[in-house]
Structures are given as structure tokens and as C-alpha cells.
Design a protein. Structure first.
Length: 345
């Protein structure tokens, strides 16, 4: 499945059906009277959260959605049928924004949740509706009301309990592959991960969802590298595991680079953060001590020491995450999450 986390969509609800002007004419009935029925109501545009989706790729190939119009009223007091609603299916974590991309219309966080985005127009009254003792033969009817139309933005923010952040090649994908069934691409060059990855992790008798976010570089909030377009996926995370590469030039500077991008993005700098010095198996003991001291001065806390490749310190890192997440259990609909393939324009 290709990955797409943002899509622009045009929606239009159905127009109401027109009312009818008609009179009853039957043999032996001298005064039949008005018999024009009302028009049916137009169809609504409904957004529904369904299971089995983790991308908005469906809305890359179809961007226009129009609900059917209500049926017009007919003679013999026959009312028109209502238009059927059109349902747009989205994954959990989808947000709906107005065309300005800033006004939040609705935020979906629960499976099965529905929201009427555009209501169909009401049907018009037929002339039978207007009969009265003083108006015995009305010859007027109402047209149906027009439906609503608008452009909207669908934006997906993956729901995960914990998120992995760090510079490119910090070992995030290796760590995710080691602790879950996810199979992210792993290579020895920057930006191997081009899209978010999800994995279900079992630790300490509990399960939680871990998200691997593509690496940040200096200037990401201004669009450098992959930019910060994927940071929205960790806004819902309760805790961040910040991995720092022990083989980099200066662990403290590497940490501060990522922290600066998180602060520039907003909403993420105040999250609980666990810092770990990764790839400790690839450096000599004296160099490891220097990097640990540099990272400790930058974070003002003692970092965890681990290696995703050999498994050293991985259990301690998972336990630290579980201690923050608490007794939260992965919802049933999230247990099947796995690798999401990249979206290629």
C-alpha cells in the first residue's frame, strides 16, 4: 500500500428534490384537490473511520465526491425519495481542515466514528402542502434547496504510543526492526527511511505502537532534507525515544540539532523524552565515554546506552517507554499495523 498522509478533496452534498404541482382528477370525484408531493432530501457527505486503512492513498486517484440529488415530488401525493449519503472512508487519526489548511473541522481518534461534513438540501414542498380552508387550490410549489459544496484537506496523523526521532542513520529503523515485526528498509546511507513506519512492540507484559519517523537534519523546519512534514505523526505520541548515533562527530551537537527542529515545529518540545546513545558496539570504550559525557551535558540527564544491532540495552529502553506509557493496551484495530510502503509521486 502506498503511503499518502495528505489529500485535497472536493465534496458536494445533494440538492433537494423539487415539489410538484398536481391535482387529483378521478371519475366520480368532483373536487379532487391538490395532490402534488414533496421533493426528497439530498444526500449527505459523511466521513467514517474504518479498520484496515493506514493511508489516504485512495484520495490521490479520486478527488471529487458528489452525493445524489433527492427525487422530485410527483402527483397523487407521492413524495420523492431521499438521496443516499456518500461515505468517505478514512483511517484512525485523520483530521479534516478547511480549504485554508488551518481551520480544523474535525479530528477522528476512534474507530467507527462518523461525521456529517455536508448536509443535503431539503426537498421542496408540493402544492398539497399549501392547501388550507382559504386556499383550496394552491398552484405553487417550492424548489429543492441546494446542497453544500467545499474543498477540504484530509491530513493523517498516525496514532502511536511512542515515537522514534533522531538524525538520519541514528539507527531508528534497526531498533524498530529489532523490537517489532515491522520490516523497514535498512542501509548505511542517510534518508534510507522516506516515510513513517509503524510496529507493535511487546514489552513488560504490555503492547504498544511504536512509530519510526524519517530523520531530521538542521534546517528541516525550513524544508531542508525531507523537511518536517512527517513530524505531525508524532504529535499524538505520549513519549519520544530520541536516538543519538555514538559514531557521529559530537553526540551533544547531534542531540541539540534535533531538539531545535522539534522546538521550531511546536507541540513536540514539551513531550516526555527518553534519550539513548545508540550504536555503542561500533565505538571504542574511550570514545564511548566521551560521547556519553557530551550527551549528558547537552541533555542534563544520564542517557541510556544501547545497540539496536546487537540488542544491548534494548530491553532497558523498552522498559523506560513502558513506564511512561503505563497500562495502556494497544486497541484491537491497531494490532495489525506493519510496514507502509512509500508514496511515490
Amino acid at each position: 500500500m502506498k503511503f499518502l498522509d495528505e489529500a485535497k478533496v472536493y465534496i458536494r452534498s445533494g440538492d433537494g428534490g423539487n415539489g410538484c404541482v398536481a391535482f387529483r382528477r378521478e371519475k366520480f370525484i368532483e373536487f379532487g384537490g391538490p395532490s402534488g408531493g414533496n421533493g426528497g432530501r439530498g444526500g449527505d457527505v459523511v466521513i467514517e473511520v474504518v479498520d484496515g486503512l493506514n493511508t489516504l492513498i485512495d484520495y490521490r486517484y479520486q478527488q471529487h465526491f458528489k452525493a445524489p440529488k433527492g427525487t422530485n415530488g410527483m402527483g397523487k401525493d407521492r413524495h420523492g425519495a431521499n438521496g443516499k449519503p456518500i461515505v468517505l472512508k478514512v483511517p484512525v487519526g485523520t483530521q479534516i481542515f478547511d480549504e485554508d489548511r488551518e481551520t480544523l473541522i474535525h479530528d477522528f481518534t476512534k474507530l467507527g466514528e462518523t461525521f456529517i461534513l455536508a448536509k443535503g438540501g431539503n426537498g421542496g414542498f408540493g402544492n398539497a402542502h399549501f392547501k388550507s380552508p382559504t386556499n383550496r387550490a394552491p398552484r405553487n410549489a417550492n424548489p429543492g434547496q441546494l446542497g453544500e459544496e467545499r474543498w477540504i484537506w484530509l491530513r493523517l496523523k498516525l496514532i502511536a504510543d511512542a515515537g522514534l526521532v533522531g538524525l538520519p542513520n541514528a539507527g531508528k529503523s534497526t531498533f524498530l526492526a529489532a523490537v517489532s515485526a515491522a520490516k523497514p528498509k535498512i542501509a548505511d546511507y542517510p534518508f534510507t527511511t522516506l516515510h513513517p513506519q509503524l510496529g507493535v512492540v511487546s514489552a513488560g507484559g504490555r503492547e504498544f505502537v511504536l512509530a519510526d519517523i524519517p530523520g531530521l537534519i538542521e534546517g528541516a523546519h525550513e524544508g531542508a532534507g525531507l523537511g518536517d512534514r512527517f513530524l505531525g505523526h508524532v504529535e499524538r505520541c505520549r513519549v519520544l525515544l530520541h536516538l543519538v548515533d555514538a559514531t557521529c562527530e559530537h553526540a551533544g551537537k547531534a542531540y541539540k540539532t534535533v531538539r531545535h527542529e522539534l522546538e521550531a515545529y511546536g507541540h513536540l518540545d514539551d513531550k516526555i523524552e527518553i534519550v539513548a546513545l545508540n550504536k555503542i558496539d561500533a565505538v571504542m570504550p574511550d570514545e564511548l565515554k566521551k560521547q556519553k559525557d557530551r550527551l549528558k551535558r547537552a541533555t542534563k540527564t544520564t542517557p541510556l546506552l544501547m545497540s539496536g544491532a546487537t540488542g544491548t540495552g534494548v530491553k532497558e529502553a523498552l522498559q523506560a517507554l513502558v513506564d511512561v506509557i503505563g497500562d495502556k493496551v494497544v486497541p484491537e484495530q491497531d494490532r495489525s499495523v506493519g510496514e507502509i510502503e512509500p508514496w511515490i509521486a
